[in-house]
Design a protein around this ligand. Structure first.
Ligand SMILES: *Cc1c(COP(=O)(O)O)cnc(C)c1O
Length: 386
């Protein structure tokens, strides 16, 4: 990870408007009033930047957006009420009836569902591809292809796409590229520097980091972000509240620190599982056994701590094992302080189950990894002895 990120999240420009407060205050207001009608008219000319109404702009949210744009090497960013609000708002703003989209088939389940909605209701054509090979995208291109939608790594089987390769292909053919980069965060992956047009995150995960709020963001070129802001953001109205923005700013301060720890903990537990006799395979891009490990090393600066593994035991036994864990909670989502486990129920479980139904997904939190390994051991013993 670039050490400079620690400074970027910790240091702010001195803002004299706030009496020396080291954090930007929560601007808990819906509207902004003006001294005279002239300045109001002026603001109304530029509703994408001026503070007029908090569905458009709010200084606390704007501050967070500028921090994220900086981290992603983007011109501009926009925060939304959730990751899905960012994804659906962006897709809806950029796609027209008759457009064609190429999407990775392991995209987050609700994202796929939304693409299917667009296809059924608004005649947007969608082709799903595996995405591990560049030729998957090349072969799927059509004259009306407008967007290539990526998620790298995917959050069920943790497959990667060659971001530089896809970006170059898209540029040659005048197609937009968009990536869900929630797993890696800007600490470990900066897709815009590789030529991708738009980066999305579910901020409910690592950004928040404390399992206490929902949010999403899209970052990229100013003209594209403004297009999304004036359509998917302003019109759908799924905006981030100033209160949530302040929680996200708090999360951001320690994001690089937490990611270093998540990476370390995740790899320790993944390596342990890889050597376990009941485990067939561990899907973690940071392991040399991952089929795309070389690509992972090339385009990632580090690794998130969410991964899956496949076992020889039955799904029923695996569920019993999950239930016997004391430190891993059973639940969806990830990115917080607490370790989590699910068996067969990830957002992409349709694809996971196709391969091998005995798949568990683990999220490694901030606990001592030795405790987590002991916990996994004691739970295996209970299941095997039963
Ligand atoms: C959780 C998640 C989302 C959706 O984000 P929400 O904040 O829950 O709306 C999108 N993509 C991935 C990879 C996710 O894990």
């Amino acid at each position: 990870m670039d050490e400079g990120l620690h400074t970027k999240v910790s240091h702010d420009e001195v803002d004299t408007k706030h009496q020396g407060a080291v954090n930007i205050p929560i601007y808990q207001n819906s509207l902004f009033a003006f001294e005279n009608h002239e300045s109001f008219d002026q603001a109304m000319q530029d509703v994408l930047s001026a503070n007029v109404y908090s569905r458009g702009n709010n200084p606390t949210v704007q501050y967070l957006e500028s921090k994220i744009a900086d981290l992603e090497a983007a011109e501009r960013a926009r925060c939304f009420a959730s990751g899905m609000a960012a994804i659906t708002g962006s897709l809806h703003a950029l796609l027209r009836s008759g457009d064609h989209v190429i999407s990775v088939n392991q995209a987050y389940g609700p994202t796929r569902q939304f693409l299917d909605e667009l296809s059924e209701r608004y005649r947007v054509e969608v082709t799903y591809v595996d995405g591990c090979l560049l030729s998957d995208f090349e072969d799927a291109l059509r004259p009306n292809t407008r967007l290539i939608y990526l998620e790298s790594p995917t959050s069920g089987l943790f497959q990667l796409q060659d971001l530089e390769g896809v970006a170059a292909l898209a540029r040659r053919t005048g197609v937009f590229t968009m990536i869900d980069s929630s797993w890696a965060t800007p600490c470990f992956q900066r897709p815009i520097t590789l030529g991708i047009d738009l980066v999305l995150h579910s901020m409910s995960k690592y950004f928040s980091g404390h399992s206490d709020c929902l949010g999403g963001v899209v970052a990229g070129r100013a003209d594209l972000i403004n297009e999304i802001a004036s359509k998917g953001y302003m019109l759908f109205g799924g905006v981030m509240t100033p209160h949530t923005a302040s929680l996200m700013i708090r999360g951001l301060r320690t994001l690089p620190l937490r990611m270093e720890r998540h990476q370390r903990n995740g790899l320790i537990v993944a390596e342990y599982l890889e050597n376990h006799p009941l485990v067939n395979r561990v899907n973690h891009p940071g392991l040399p056994s991952h089929p795309q490990h070389a690509l992972a090393r090339k385009q990632l600066d580090g690794f998130g701590s969410l991964f899956s593994f496949e076992t020889q035991v039955s799904v029923e036994s695996l569920k019993k094992w999950a239930g016997a864990l004391r430190y891993f909670r059973i639940g969806v989502s990830w990115g917080g302080f607490e370790s989590l486990v699910t068996v067969g129920h990830t957002p992409t479980s349709r694809n996971m189950a196709g391969n091998n139904p005995s798949v568990a997904r683990l999220y490694i939190g901030l606990e001592d990894p030795r405790t987590l390994i002991e916990d996994i051991e004691q739970a295996w013993r209970q299941v095997i002895e039963a």
